[in-house]
Design a protein around this ligand. Structure first.
Ligand code: SF4
Length: 806
């Protein structure tokens, strides 16, 4: 099977699946947008990155008579070389669901009634003015880079707080802390080119065949050309990726740390680790008391002692992975003649030990020297198109500042005050509320410490995506002094409960830039007009900032008395970009990006000028100017043969080392039991996740008829043995229940995924079946990322539940 066949197969699966599935609930948004068939010769083609996942494919967008009428894979794009997955091929239809939000809506009693933009902007500004510290902005890895930068500046330079966080906290935060703990700087050293060069690909709790299909197809393509790539799938559930694997290993939920420790144990005890690489480039770390992200330095001998209990026998007992398979894995890592790439995404991240698991994965590659050569890399993938660019690089997190800076460091705050030209002390030293804390405080009465009074949500859907939503979201709706503002493109679970709804422009209805999983920054231009009164999220932020200025809020002025978002036109005069009619008189994106670019040097995340991205299909940072004036991207970071910041003559240099000696840290992290485990009352594990057809909460892909028909509703996957015991068959309704809630779902047996006995899997895309009402809000102590992958559940046939209730 080659790359095209693999992707065609994925599309076929998507298109035909509906026939074998039950319809469930109301088909609320089943509307038919115009066809995307290729049109005649007067179609104008332009480039843009795909709207959906973190792979970062580029598409060619065909526009005719002011409408997107065709989509084609971009042949010139190095990520996808003309190919797309089923979501990418339909991305043009994302704009044309018939229930687009087109006017601001204000809640009056039970109804949301249309109001003008002027009123809406004024309402937000007055809410902020009333209580700036009680205001929080909740954004997303779907914000473009300029939007995220504007949001960060609005809160951190304007309001003088850090009450801003993004939904990447729910998906990527543990990857960030894992990188920081290991290298002292965030984001992968390797890139997608590793997939073209590796001999062994290990997927850790990861299903790229569905979640990053175009990326996975690069490996399938190599096999079809006769190249040998050994694929090892390590996970808690059989997935489509498992189907391509040479070795498919199942482990008990939460025990991945034991497996990683077991591999390290064998490498050390057998002396098959890469002694030369480790002695030249690594140091050892373990948890400190109290625990910190930097931990404490330990010697190699101490490291060896800590690993001693993780014998193959012990690891088999903890994880369920056989001693033979563990030895096979250690054997591969111990070989110098093969190149190994590890891929992971939500499995190790959505974990109460996410930081620990991420640092163990990096540690395995460092210990074995499988690092820094094409094909030898630990690579963490992102789910959203700009989780890296907008959240991690721009710093739209409550503890972060742009360019890899952190709130905790006084020098970083001072640097940002200088770049933003705001008075000393404006950038607060008080870290803001991370996602779970922000929503907890919003849902708690003021007198009980609920000091977040207004939340403005942009480009995300927390009422569906947050864990334990009964606790984190619902209570706020009964509290009179809490006010929820939501900017989005379609009605969602969150807009329906909002006090104020703002209609947003999406994707090619505005200019944009995003950053994908391999440090690649991509750019596009606005190609069509948004519908009705929908407007850019960036404009919404700037417009509220200006209204605050008009109302006398000093924070929206810089030290020279200029508006924080002052933009000059070619004539040197300020352009009133807060007025919608003037927003596109200048390229606001270019202005914001050039300002943001100044922040990217301290962590060597250098970006090229905006105009370089206009010409390219993305560039991977650091992007450094050459003597001839051209700009060169970096594929392999910390590697002397490619990274311009590695000292001449060095093979490897970890130049942001937390031990300040150019060394990366190999951590020991112990296995610990999960926060909640199955017991006699709740005997199943429940895991949540995604499907190939739908992107995240489905708010966009459920408007695309082909995708909606292909996967119309959520379901619960269970093992056939469990189904037999319960007396249920395909399509039967069951009640899945945890200590936090319950939900009726149809059963799907032997589908594209199959959990092991005692496990359940439910996707979270379906807003009619909110699985996150059942999940835990327990989170990693460093990254604050919640664990969606394991909690205790029980499952009963619905009829029996009904009989009981009579
Ligand atoms: S793999 Fe991701 S970026 Fe590529 S076409 Fe599919 S959804 Fe879009």
């Amino acid at each position: 099977m080659d790359r095209r066949d693999f992707l065609k197969g994925s599309a076929m699966t998507a298109a035909t699946l509906a026939a074998s599935r039950l319809a469930y609930g109301q088909d609320r948004a089943a509307v038919e947008p115009p066809s995307t068939a290729r049109q005649g010769g007067d179609v104008q083609w332009n480039k843009a990155p795909c709207r959906f996942c973190g792979t970062g494919c580029h598409v060619q967008v065909g526009v005719q008579n002011g409408k997107v009428v065709a989509i084609a894979g971009d042949q010139k794009a190095p990520v996808n070389k003309g190919l797309l997955c089923v979501k990418g091929y339909h991305v043009g239809l994302a704009l044309y669901g018939q229930d687009r939000l087109t006017t601001p809506l204000l809640r009056k009693g039970d109804k949301q009634v249309p109001i003008s933009w002027e009123e809406a902007i004024d309402i937000i500004a007055r809410r902020v003015l009333k209580d700036p510290k009680g205001f929080a902005l909740y954004g997303s890895g779907q914000w473009t880079i300029p939007e995220g930068y504007a949001a960060s500046k609005f809160v951190k330079a304007g309001l003088g707080t850090h009450n801003i966080d993004a939904n990447a906290r729910l998906c990527m935060a543990s990857a960030v802390t894992g990188f920081l703990a290991t290298y002292g700087v965030d984001e992968p050293a390797g890139c997608y080119d590793d997939l073209d060069a590796c001999d062994v690909l290990i997927t850790w709790g990861n299903n790229p065949a569905e979640m990053h299909p175009v990326l996975f197809s690069r490996v399938i393509d190599r096999r079809s050309r006769g190249e040998k790539v050994t694929l090892i799938d390590i996970g808690t559930r059989k997935t489509r990726t498992s189907g391509f694997a040479d070795h498919s290993l199942r482990f008990k939920p939460n025990s991945d740390l034991a497996i990683a420790c077991g591999i390290a144990h064998l490498l050390v005890e057998n002396g098959t680790y890469d002694k030369a690489f480790v002695e030249a480039n690594c140091a050892f770390r373990a948890s400190s008391t109290p625990p910190t992200l930097e931990g404490k330095a330990i010697s190699f001998e101490e490291y060896r002692e800590l690993l001693k209990p993780y014998t193959p026998e012990k690891v088999e007992q903890l994880s369920g992975v056989s001693q033979k398979d563990l030895r096979m894995l250690a054997g591969l890592f111990g070989r110098r003649d093969v190149r190994i790439t590890s891929l992971w995404c939500m499995g190790p991240n959505q974990h109460t030990q996410g930081t620990a698991m991420n640092s163990l994965l990096h540690g395995l590659h460092l210990l074995s020297g499988h690092f820094g050569k094409p094909g030898d890399a630990p690579t963490s993938l992102t789910g959203q198109p700009s989780a890296c660019g907008t959240v991690r690089e721009v710093g739209t997190l409550s503890h972060a500042l742009p360019g890899g800076r952190v709130v905790a460091k006084a020098e970083h705050r001072a640097q940002m005050e200088e770049i933003w030209n705001v008075p000393a002390g404006r950038v607060s030293e008080k870290i803001g509320y991370h996602t779970v804390e922000m929503w907890k405080r919003f849902s708690t009465p003021t007198e009980q410490g609920g000091d977040v009074h207004t939340v403005w949500v942009q480009v995300t859907n927390p009422a569906q995506s947050l864990p334990n939503t009964h606790k984190l979201v619902d209570p706020s709706r009964k509290l009179a002094d809490k006010f929820l503002i939501v900017s989005d493109v379609y009605p969602t679970a969150t807009t329906r409960i909002a006090d104020l709804v703002l209609p947003s422009a999406m994707w090619v209805e505005k200019n944009g830039m995003v950053g994908n999983s391999e440090r690649r920054t991509q750019q596009w231009f606005k190609l069509v007009q948004p519908p009705g009164q929908a407007r850019d999220d960036g404009w919404q932020l700037i417009s509220v900032a200006h209204r605050l200025l008009e109302l006398g809020f000093a924070g929206m002025k810089d030290k020279d008395g200029r508006f924080l978002f002052d933009v000059k036109g070619k004539d040197g005069r300020s352009v009133p970009i807060w007025e919608w009619s003037h927003y596109y008189d200048v390229n606001v994106d270019e202005h914001l990006f050039e300002e943001y670019r100044k922040t990217t040097r301290i962590k060597h995340k250098d970006l090229a000028p905006y105009q370089e991205y206009v010409k390219a299909r993305g560039l991977r940072w650091p992007v450094v100017q050459q003597p001839d004036g051209s700009w060169r991207e970096t594929r392999f970071r910390f590697s002397g043969f490619d990274d311009p910041y590695v000292k001449k003559g060095r093979d490897i240099q970890f130049y942001h080392s937390t031990s300040h000696d150019d060394r990366a840290q190999i951590w020991f992290q112990p296995y610990e039991p999960p926060p909640e485990s199955p017991d006699s009352e709740y005997p199943f594990w429940l895991c949540t996740g995604r499907v190939i057809e739908h992107w995240h909460t489905g708010s966009v892909t459920m408007r695309i008829p082909q995708l909606r028909r292909a996967m119309p509703q959520a379901y619960v996957e269970m093992n056939r043995a469990d189904a037999r015991k319960l007396g249920v068959d395909n399509g039967d309704l069951v009640t899945v229940e945890t200590r936090r809630g319950k939900l009726d779902l149809p059963v799907w047996l032997g589908g594209r995924g199959e959990p092991v006995e005692g496990s359940l899997f439910v996707p979270f895309f379906d807003e009619r079946l909110l699985i996150n009402e059942l999940t835990l809000d327990a989170h990693d102590p460093f990254s604050k990322q919640p664990d969606y992958k394991k909690c205790a559940a029980r499952v009963r046939r619905r009829e029996r539940v009904a009989e009981k209730q009579k």
